[in-house]
Design a protein around this ligand. Structure first.
Ligand SMILES: Nc1ncnc2c1ncn2[C@@H]1O[C@H](COP(=O)(O)OP(=O)(O)OP(=O)(O)O)[C@@H](O)[C@H]1O
Ligand SMILES: [Mg+2]
Length: 236
């Protein structure tokens, strides 16, 4: 479904990611793990053309190496960045509506309402708060809302950068439940996380990144308590 081939990113002259190749197959959940500064966010930004890169990116056999970010977004792909994207002055419902604006136009409001009820089932008390301005939500709730804004688009490929960062164990639990829900909906998932064990349990395959390079890859379950993981995080 998604192929990243020999991608490198330079910031000025420093190399942030060096010849990275990863693949995400249809209906797979793949994670990229690695410590701070390993280049995980840079990799996602390179896929979506937020930063200039060398190499090639292919989505469903279409070369998207040079496709502008907003056009990739129209190809059934959602990228939830590590920055929250909620509009503080709009309420929760309006935030979801605006995130799906073009989808409502093309697929109709029924499609939106159907997705909305599925989302409310999985996002704790978001439904009760749908009339509340997003600015009044807690930071963690805003983060959940930005994941919900991605999900409301019912993407084929869902890419997330550290969705659980800073969340309470309860909200974190919702995020991992939602990942299981996405898999059931036949979505394909690429997730960057620091929450190693939970992410390994929720995904099929893992890539381990260390200072800009992929150091190891394989089935997620095989990395639970592995030396590769310890080395990537502790540098040992
Ligand atoms: N805009 C930029 N200009 C210069 N250097 C950058 C820029 N963005 C990131 N870097 C550098 O590139 C490297 C990789 O950063 P990146 O944000 O991709 O890491 P990360 O794995 O996402 O880390 P974290 O887990 O902390 O989010 C780091 O050394 C970082 O300092
Ligand atoms: Mg990052």
């Amino acid at each position: 479904m998604l192929k990243i081939e020999n991608v490198s990113v330079y910031y000025d002259k420093a190399i942030a990611i060096d010849n990275v190749s990863i693949e995400v197959k249809y209906n797979e959940a793949v994670c990229v793990l690695g410590s701070n500064g390993a280049g995980k966010t840079t990799l996602l930004n390179a896929i979506f053309n937020v930063v200039p890169k060398l190499g090639r990116v292919v989505l469903n056999n279409i070369d998207i190496t040079n496709t502008p970010t907003h056009k990739i977004a129209k190809m059934g792909v959602v990228y939830v960045t590590d920055k929250r994207t909620v509009f503080n002055d709009l309420n929760v419902y309006e935030n979801l509506e605006i995130a799906a604006f073009d989808i409502i136009k093309s697929s109709g409001r029924k499609f939106f309402e159907k997705n909305l009820s599925a989302i409310f089932e999985h996002f704790g008390n978001l439904e009760e708060k749908q009339k509340l301005k997003a600015g009044y939500l807690s930071g963690g709730e805003q983060q959940m809302l930005s994941v919900a804004q991605g999900l409301i688009r019912a993407p084929k490929l869902f890419v997330m950068d550290e969705p659980t960062a800073g969340l309470s164990p309860k909200l974190m639990g919702y995020v991992f439940d939602i990942i299981a829900f996405m898999k059931k909906q036949k979505m394909t998932i690429l997730i960057v996380e620091q929450n190693v064990n939970k992410t390994l349990m929720a995904t099929d395959r893992a890539y381990i990144m260390e200072v800009g390079k992929i150091k190891d890859s394989g089935n997620s379950k095989d990395f639970l308590d592995s030396e590769s993981i310890k080395k990537a995080y502790l540098g040992g």
